[in-house]
Design a protein. Structure first.
Length: 225
């Protein structure tokens, strides 16, 4: 039986298919925005291992407000930042995590939360569509994403294309802004210290589940030692 492709291979296959069908001018806007982010992202501001976190609150789409303390009660916390419910790449990544990451994190006693600035009533769509087993929560106004240094704003061509589609991204997310988080995975231990952080300015590159599981298992090894 053939093994399942990696998450990034699945995203690469998606982009290859889209490149064959998307109008060239629209594809160029997408590619240029991603390239610009890779070239200009201020990586010195990215959240990193060793950072101690101040309290924060996220709003889970079904359960309501969840504080950092709430989310750390069971064990380590894994935050997966994604753009919004209608993002094509996110609709590949989150179901992949649901199948290949969530079960192992549950066995390890870690809590997995997908995080987006999109308002809860709009964000629930992606959780329901894929029957996701993990929490999906709103980071209102990108407060935590700003703290983690992972927010970007649409460039001018992307803004024009968004408006030409009939609505701005701020209307789609319900935030009223042009800001979204870069994809990121952050592993936090029960003392509220970041132990692993991986940020991708290119939203078609995501953290592989094996890397996240390894980071959480490393926490177990530290605790045992």
């Amino acid at each position: 039986m053939a093994s399942e492709p990696s998450l990034n291979q699945a995203l690469s296959d998606f982009q290859e298919k889209r490149a064959a069908s998307m109008p060239a001018e629209k594809l160029k806007v997408n590619v240029d925005q991603r390239r610009l982010l890779v070239e200009t992202a201020d990586r010195t501001r990215f959240v990193k291992a060793g950072d101690s976190l101040e309290p924060f609150t996220l709003t889970e789409v079904d359960e309501g407000p969840q504080t950092l303390d709430d989310l750390l009660q069971r064990g380590p916390l894994v935050l997966v930042f994604f753009r919004f419910a209608g993002c094509p790449a996110c609709n590949i990544a989150l179901p992949y995590y649901n199948q290949s990451l969530a079960p192992e994190l549950a066995r390890l006693g870690a809590t997995l939360v997908g995080v987006s600035p999109q308002v809860p009533e709009k964000l629930r769509d992606i959780k329901d569509r894929h029957t996701l087993s993990f929490k999906i929560a709103t980071d209102a106004d990108n407060v935590l994403a700003h703290r983690f240094g992972i927010v970007y704003a649409f460039d001018e061509p992307s803004r024009r294309q968004s408006l030409q589609s009939g609505s701005s991204i701020g209307e789609v997310t319900g935030t009223g802004t042009w800001e979204l988080p870069m994809p990121a995975v952050v592993v936090i231990d029960q003392s509220a210290v970041v132990r692993f952080a991986d940020v991708s300015p290119d939203w078609l590159v995501r953290t592989e589940p094996t890397d996240v599981v390894a980071a959480v298992r490393d926490l177990e090894s530290r605790a045992a030692a």
